[in-house]
Write a protein that binds this ligand. Structure first.
Ligand code: GLY
Ligand code: MN
Ligand code: MN
Length: 436
C-alpha cells in the first residue's frame, strides 16, 4: 500500500475529528510465547489503517489544525544492537521520513509529552475500553492537566469512542484496498482449487492444510487471515473446527474454510466437496440445497437492499428444501417463524470483510438493518450441519456438514464475486476432481 493512501485516510480522519479535538491510538503489543520467543506479530488493524506502521511500542496522535504538524508518531528510537538482533526498525527518522509523520518522539517520552498535547482540547477520541492500561494512562494524563488548571490550561471534557468514525471509514473500501482484497481472494481461490485436485482418501486433514498454506506463501502471502478449517466428515459440523488432525475417508465430504491475508486484507472462502471426487446421493441433495440458498442470498447483494435480505433469502430456501427432503416437518412459514432451521443452520449468512476477517462496521443504523452501498465487502456463507446424533432425521443425512462461502464487493449496479474462481456446482467440482 502506498504512503499516499495512508495520508488520504489521515486527512479524512482529521476532518471527522474536527479542530480543537484530538485522537490517540496505540499499536498492538507483542505477546511473549515463552522466554525469548514471541507470537507472530500482527499490527492492530485500526493502527495500520491510519499509519502503515507495523512496529510494536508505537502510538499515533492526530491533532487537526496543530501548527507544528497534525500527525505525531511515538515509536522506538533506532538502536543499532536491536537492529542487529531483531532486524530493521524505523526510529524517529523513519517515522518522519518514510512514514510521513509531521513529528516523532521516543515512545519512552510519552508520559511527559502527551499531557501537553491534550491541553485545551475539547474531545479525546480513542479506542475506549480496548486496553485497560491505556484507559488508566489517559485518565492520569487528564488528571495531571486538571491539577494545573490554575495556570489557565483546560483539560478535555469529553472522551469519545474513536471506533465510531474510524470503523465507518474502514467499512467502505477504496480502489487500493479492493486491489489487495482481490489479490487475497485470487490466491486463496487457487489454493482451494489445488486442495480439490490433491484431495484423496488416506491423507490427513493437516496435509491438505499444509498445501493451502504452501500455496499462500509461494505467492508471497505469508499469513493466513484466520486459522484454516479442514474438516472431513462430521468434523464439518463443528463450526470452528481447527484441529485438522483426522484421516480423510472415501464417502465423506471435506469442508475447507481458509483464506490468505494480503498486506493486512483478508479473504474468506469455504468449499465443501467429496473426498472421493463423487458426491453420494444424500450429499448431492443437501449440497444443491445449500448452493441454491447461496445463489438466492447472492441475488440480494446490491445497493439499496437491507443487509438482512440475504439472510432471509437463505432461510427461506433452506427451510423449504429441508421440508421437501423430510428433515423438517410442517408449514414452511411456521417453521421459519419458529426458527426451526436453526438446528441445522445456526449462524448468520455472512459478515463484513476487510482488514479483519469479521470486519468492523455497524450492521444496523438506528436499529434498522443497514442498506448495502457500493464499496462494502461482505461474505455470503450459508450452511447446513446435521449432527451425527440427530435422531429426528433419517440416518443417511447424519454427520453431513456443508458450507459454501464467497466474498462479494457491492458495486454500483450489483456485486462482484471476488472468489468466483473456485468451482462450486456439483458438476464443476466432479469434473475438476476427475481430471486431477
Ligand atoms: N472463517 C470464518 C468465517 O467464515 O466467518
Ligand atoms: Mn466468513
Ligand atoms: Mn470462512
Amino acid at each position: 500500500m502506498k504512503q499516499s493512501e495512508f495520508k488520504k485516510r489521515r486527512k479524512s480522519l482529521m476532518e471527522r475529528i474536527g479542530a480543537g479535538n484530538i485522537a490517540i491510538l496505540g499499536s498492538s503489543t507483542a505477546k511473549v510465547r515463552n522466554r525469548d520467543v514471541h507470537y507472530p506479530y500482527r499490527q492492530d488493524s485500526d493502527f495500520y489503517y491510519l499509519t502503515g506502521f507495523s512496529e510494536t511500542d508505537a502510538l499515533a496522535v492526530f491533532i487537526p489544525g496543530r501548527e507544528k504538524g497534525e500527525y505525531i508518531l511515538f515509536c522506538r528510537e533506532f538502536d543499532a544492537t536491536k537492529a542487529l538482533w531483531e532486524g530493521a526498525h524505523a526510529g524517529l527518522e523513519g517515522a518522519t521520513g518514510h512514514f510521513q509523520a509531521d513529528d516523532a518522539f521516543p515512545i519512552d517520552d510519552m508520559d511527559e509529552i502527551l499531557p501537553g498535547l491534550l491541553e485545551n482540547k475539547s474531545k479525546v477520541f480513542y479506542p475506549m475500553g480496548r486496553d485497560p492500561e491505556f484507559d488508566h494512562r489517559l485518565l492520569d494524563w487528564i488528571t495531571h492537566i486538571r491539577s494545573q488548571s490554575r495556570s489557565g490550561v483546560m483539560a478535555p471534557g469529553e472522551l469519545v469512542a474513536l471506533e465510531h468514525i474510524l470503523h465507518e471509514m474502514r467499512l467502505f473500501k477504496s480502489k487500493e484496498e479492493i486491489k489487495l482484497m482481490r489479490l487475497a481472494a485470487e490466491v486463496s481461490a487457487q489454493a482451494h482449487v489445488k486442495a480439490m485436485q490433491l484431495c484423496k482418501a488416506g491423507l490427513y486433514e493437516y496435509q491438505i492444510e499444509a498445501e493451502l498454506v504452501h500455496h499462500f506463501m509461494q505467492q508471497g502471502l505469508r499469513n493466513v487471515a484466520y486459522p484454516s478449517i479442514v474438516a472431513g466428515g462430521s468434523n464439518a459440523c463443528v463450526l470452528h473446527y481447527t484441529q485438522n488432525s483426522d484421516k480423510l475417508k472415501n464417502g465423506d465430504l471435506l469442508l475447507i474454510d481458509a483464506g490468505a491475508e494480503c498486506d493486512h486484507y483478508a479473504a474468506d472462502i469455504t468449499r465443501t466437496f467429496p473426498v472421493s471426487g463423487r458426491f453420494t446421493e444424500p450429499q448431492k441433495k443437501l449440497y444443491q440445497l445449500v448452493l441454491d440458498a447461496q445463489t438466492a442470498a447472492i441475488n440480494e447483494v446490491k445497493p439499496g437492499v437491507p443487509w438482512h435480505n440475504a439472510h432471509d433469502a437463505s432461510v427461506e430456501v433452506l427451510t423449504k428444501g429441508l421440508v421437501d427432503l423430510g428433515l423438517l416437518e410442517g408449514k414452511v412459514k411456521t417453521l421459519i417463524k419458529k426458527e426451526k432451521f436453526k438446528q441445522f443452520y445456526m449462524h448468520r449468512i455472512g459478515h463484513w470483510l476487510g482488514m479483519d476477517v469479521h470486519d468492523v462496521g455497524d450492521y444496523k443504523v438506528d436499529q434498522k438493518w443497514r442498506l448495502l452501498e457500493p464499496g462494502m465487502v461482505l461474505t455470503i456463507e450459508p450452511g447446513l450441519y446435521i449432527p451425527t446424533d440427530c435422531q429426528t432425521v433419517d440416518e443417511k443425512w447424519r454427520g453431513i456438514g456443508i458450507r459454501i462461502e464467497d466474498d462479494l464487493l457491492v458495486t454500483e449496479d450489483g456485486h462482484d464475486i471476488l472468489t468466483k474462481d473456485v468451482p462450486k456446482t456439483i458438476s464443476e467440482i466432479e469434473t475438476l476432481m476427475r481430471a486431477a
